[in-house]
Design a protein. Sequence first.
Lengths: 344, 329
Amino acid sequence: MSIAARFAGTEARLAVIAVVVFVAMALLSPDRFLSVQNLTSMAFQFPEFAILALATTVAMLTGGIDLSVVGIANLSAIIAATILIQIAGPAAVGPDAVLWLAASMAAALVVGAVAGLFNGILIAVLGLPAILATLGSGLIFTGIAVALTGGSAMMGFPAATAWLGNGLLFGVPVPLVLFAVLALGIGFLLTRTGFGLKIQMFGTNPLAARFAAVNVTSVLIRVYVLSGMLAAIAGMVIMSRANSAKADYGSSYILLAVLIAVLGGVNPYGGYGKIIGVVLAVLSMQFLSSGLNMLQVSNFARELIWGSLLIFVMIVNSKTGFGMRRGKPAPARPRPEQSSGSGR
Amino acid sequence: MKRLDFSRNETLVALVILGFCALATISDPSFLSMPTLTDLLRGGIVLGIFAVAAMVVLVSGGIDVSFTAIAAFAMYSTTLILVSLAPGLPWPLAFALSVGIGAALGAINGIFIAFFGLPTLIVTLGTLSIFRGFLLTFVGSKLISNLPQSMRDFSKQMLFRGTNADGSFFSLPLAFLALVGVVVLTWFILNRTLLGRSIFAIGGSVESARRIGVNVRAVQFFIYVYVGALAGLAGIIHASMARVANPFDLVGLELSVIAAVVLGGARLTGGVGTLTGTLLGVTLIVLVRNSLIVIGIPSTWQSVAIGVLILVGTGLPAWQAKRAAARAG
């Protein structure tokens, strides 16, 4: 594949958008937008919802969706916080603190994986539509988090916890490093492994994938486990940046994560999507919101602009026949294949 | 087959409601009383109108997540117009204004969906942000607690009031009639007009509907305008009953409303859905919200309970369908 072909279509347009937004913001407030301070603060801000967007993306590639990512993120963070506060205690320092931080991360990942497994079983084994399964399970995860904490924030971590969300690694913000590693890893997984190929096959045509001897159940379950673990990592970053854990953090991130994935060119019917697109979409969004912030535009205007950007990109994509690869304009129906096994 | 398990979903929800009430009555005999009923009906007004709107979209095979933002937008801007320009406007005109604003916003959804052919989830996800962002940036983000007189008058009108044996009051606001009206109108449209049958046809299969001569674009456009209008109505009722216009209200409810509708048997794949099921779904959600504590579950577990209900309510039919398909194939 030539380089030109590789970047044709949605991703190329997104790259242009990202660059245009960056240049526009740099021109509008040159001394502030391009300042080192602003650039680093952006690098600290976006990874948390970018990782959530990655989690949703993986599910959307199969034609599903994961609306429980924020619930999983908060529940994992609360379990991790319990370990950090109750067992390690705020006074823990040195190797002790590092050890407990690692243990709490491991616990968060386990929670994320179990939650994802639960979603996967609901969707792949019991045949629930993904949108409903994860809507319901998201309520359950959030509900457990509320019940565990009584709804209040958990605070008092060892100082080392802050490293995850606010630290620097070789001068680069840790959340950014984390996001870069995850994005590269998921990109590799999707394009260079058999698992990735199976995900794309299933997303493009579930029935054909089944006939091609793809173990559909196992692929779906692994996808949602992966999504749950990514959500748990996002939860740890949010916890560290907020220096607390709470059941209702980031509730606006659910739809934002879906929005970013779609903006990034991920086909909500499954089968098509590239990590580079999602990364470009996240960057455009972050440039826009930071830039607007410098221009003293109200916080609420961001939502307005994000929504407009989404619809604008969708119109451009559909006009060029690229975003709607399923041909005729049909009403969105989140996954026809599982929910009505008896009909059509 | 289809008819069978979709009637099942409604019976299932009805049985759960009865079981819930039975349990609640056993643990607290005063549960079975007029105040519980009026609280239930009162709590169901706004949610019920939203749910009817969401059901119409689901039946057509689409999904709308922007209706809460439309409701907040219509409610807040109507209140603002009343307060600053026309304080004396009688409430029916205020309601008409809110419905009109809602319909106009719905038309924006309709244009993108019917004429640009964009996927409904994505359009409404985008317009959710746009409507809310526009409202909070350009219209206003401050609470209006001093509602115009006409809206306060409306909120004081009751269908009936009464006093309980223990001296507590109960009443059912006039706004309940709005829900009844919406249900009757929607029933009529869906079951007694060609338009309604076309909505079901599109939900069943867009291509087949087109081939039998349904004007798909016009029908889709109508659906989103209608949903917008209902959202505008629900919004203004919400503000009147809460006696405050809060621009941050309502948004965030959209997924619970869709959950209630699906619990009542509507299918996300389109073509299937009933008003009875929708109202049962809403009843169950409101019941859990209001009275979970009565059956001995602490209210912190409320969202777990709703989540479990959604999973069981949608999981059972899905699993049955899957097993039936496995047996057949």
